[in-house]
Design a protein around this ligand. Structure first.
Ligand code: HEC
Length: 184
């Protein structure tokens, strides 16, 4: 036994330990990326809009009101734009552009005369639910917004979804492509 032998063994053990730790760190670092890739390339969820893969967010009927709106003929609709907490916070802070995670939902109903009071207009049958989701990376080519229009919970066709960005881009560019202002 030469005097250098035990030291050699010690060295190789600690080298192996360091390598193992490095390997573990590398693996752990990769996990979030692997999960992201798996999710991004997974199948689109059922009832997601074409092009954008936007779905109707759970619990949106309980969200806060941003503003009501009315649409003249031929649509003759009453509308309400609702926002999730991220949207509400951004609106209240007057923050533009809207941060990632902002979701706006526009509910719409046929205008109906109140059966009890002739001059009152009330919501009739629900027509569409429209959704805008902010994700500046995923939707980089459409101002950071993903769009979805739904009738009876089902997304409408791709042709309709091709129209969303053009109009919002042309008319609401200075307001991060969002028309609706917080109702006073
Ligand atoms: C021809 C113009 C036009 C097109 C096309 C259009 N929108 Fe809009 N959108 C508007 C206007 C105007 C408003 C605000 C008035 C209102 O609420 O009706 C609006 C409001 C919205 C809102 C509420 C947030 C905001 O910007 O005020 C959502 C959500 C929305 N649209 C989604 C969609 C989706 C999804 C599509 C495509 C399927 C679409 N829009 C296509 C004009 C358009």
């Amino acid at each position: 036994m030469t005097p250098t032998e035990p030291e050699k063994k010690k060295f190789s053990f600690s080298t192996a330990l360091v390598l193992a730790v490095v390997l573990l760190v590398v693996l752990l670092t990769c996990v979030p990326y692997l999960v992201t890739i798996a999710l991004a390339e997974g199948p689109a969820p059922a009832n997601a809009s074409p092009i954008f893969g936007v779905t109707i967010p759970a619990g949106y009927k309980q969200w806060e009101l941003i503003a009501p709106a009315e649409e003249a003929a031929p649509l003759d609709e009453l509308r309400a734009v609702l926002g999730n907490q991220t949207a509400v916070d951004a609106y209240q802070a007057g923050k533009l552009p809207f941060p990632d995670g902002t979701i706006l939902v526009k509910r719409a109903w046929k205008r109906k005369q109140s059966p009890e009071f002739a001059s009152a207009t009330i919501p009739g049958a629900a027509t569409t639910v429209q959704v805008m989701v902010k994700d500046s990376k995923k939707y980089a080519s459409t101002g950071g917004w993903g769009f979805g229009r739904f009738i009876d919970g089902k997304p409408v066709d791709e042709a309709q979804h091709r129209t969303c960005w053009g109009c919002h881009e042309a008319r609401a560019r200075s307001r991060d492509y969002v028309f609706t202002r917080l109702a006073p």
